[in-house]
Design a binder for this molecule. Structure first.
Ligand code: SF4
Length: 411
């Protein structure tokens, strides 16, 4: 028994379980139990309904301990670590601010270690730039949509309903949607141009060449598509970099295609990120440190050197001696590693091995309000807290309490 009346919440419920951050869910709250009643996808339904375990105590080497004991042990590990790595970084803005403060204090490295290909994509943007738009533009404006591969379906499960084929659009011009490669779409409204995954970057490169009116051999359907792209007033390219076989090459051609198409008419890219924490972290780093991830405070000032401070490399070569893995949404288990780990994760999340210290923590949007950035990273949403879970501290609270237990900084 929950002790209070079940209630239905129908307004301003933001789902934090992918970077689409759908803000239209209807949920039932019955004490600690949550259920999606309408508008969610199957991922949201499972994630909201995941029950809270009875035992929410922190653990040291698998043994339940008092919060103060766990905080003291985590502080001891951080105080003696040569190069701590704070990664995962799936938290709300205040949790991530606390992570930056802790990295600054301990000379650590911050790296979301998000999707494969995300780093290559960032390098492409840094070198050549791209033209992107918001979900509102993507939903309302395009008359031609090009989906590159089918990774968008798992990265953003409600993309069809929220963006590609919404019930209402501001611009009611007919919209043509074509998917290059991937599995055949289930929606009749989405055309499919089959193409092996590894050839997708070449197809996009071929489209670029055809659009520049090069007289080169190309299959007739691709020629026809070229004409349609040329004739369209507003084109949208969608891709999910983590799902692609050659992410660096694909990001390069997709970014170039959006730039080139803007010479006549309008075109935007919608690169879909998988998780809101990584998007939020990048925005925070940009305005706070002046550089994107990964960010190192090993030498005091923030430094962005993707090769040197890459979290995967630091772990693989054991160049880091402490991993602090943050996963407030329970969507990204910590990597398998021999490096001692301090884990902050949603209770009941799968874990790899036994961490040195584990803190069950509150989930933004479920257990407390929090600010998160969407996949179109100019838009931040405030997710509300739906239930009261006093036994679960926030990421911000745990990291701040660890910081308070560190020895005073050397001057
Ligand atoms: S698509 Fe993403 S944000 Fe929307 S309900 Fe599903 S998991 Fe949540």
């Amino acid at each position: 028994m929950s002790g209070s009346e079940p209630r239905r919440v129908e307004r301003e419920v933001v789902c934090p379980f992918c970077a689409l951050l759908c803000d239209d869910l209807e949920v039932a709250v019955d004490g600690n139990r949550l259920a999606v009643l309408a508008k969610g996808c199957s991922r949201a339904a499972e994630a909201f309904a995941r029950p809270l375990p009875d035992d929410l105590r922190p653990r040291v080497r698998g043994e339940p301990v008092a919060l103060d004991t766990a905080l003291a042990r985590a502080a001891e590990l951080l105080a003696t670590a040569r190069l701590p790595l704070l990664a995962g970084l799936e938290a709300d803005l205040s949790g991530l601010r606390a992570a930056v403060a802790l990295a600054e204090r301990t000379g650590g490295v911050l790296d979301p270690m998000a999707e494969e290909g995300a780093r290559a994509q960032l390098l492409t943007v840094e070198r050549a730039g791209w033209v992107t738009g918001t979900l509102a533009e993507a939903r309302n404006r395009p008359d031609l949509v090009l989906l590159l591969g089918d990774g968008w379906r798992t990265t953003a499960p409600r993309l069809v309903e929220r963006v590609l084929l919404p019930a209402v659009r501001l611009d009611d011009r007919p919209r043509r949607i074509v998917q290059l490669g991937g599995a055949p779409p289930e929606e009749a409204a989405i055309e499919h141009f089959p193409c092996p995954d590894e050839s997708l970057p070449d197809r996009v490169a071929l489209l670029r060449a055809l659009l520049r009116a090069r007289s080169i051999a190309a299959p007739e359907p691709l020629r026809e598509l070229t004409q349609a792209i040329r004739a369209a007033a507003y084109r949208l390219l969608v891709w999910s970099i983590g799902s692609l076989a050659q992410p660096a090459l694909l990001a390069l051609h997709a970014a170039a295609l959006t730039r080139e198409l803007n010479a006549e008419g309008r075109a935007i890219g919608l690169p879909l990120a998988a998780a809101p924490g990584a998007v939020t972290a990048r925005q925070l780093f940009l305005w706070q440190a002046g550089v994107p991830d990964p960010v190192s405070y090993a030498d005091g000032a923030p430094e962005h050197d993707p090769g040197r401070w890459c979290g995967e490399r630091l772990l693989g070569e054991e160049a880091t001696d402490l991993l602090v893995w943050i996963d407030a949404f329970g969507t990204r288990p910590s990597p398998i590693t021999t490096v001692p780990t301090v884990l902050l994760s949603r209770p009941g999340s799968p874990s790899s091995g036994t961490p040195e210290v584990a803190f069950p923590i509150a989930t933004p949007g479920l257990d407390h309000p929090g600010d998160l950035y969407r996949t179109d990273p100019v838009v931040a949403l405030r997710s509300r807290g739906l239930r009261r879970t006093a036994a679960l501290p926030t990421v911000a609270a745990v990291l701040a309490a660890i910081g308070e237990r560190l020895p005073p900084p050397r001057i």
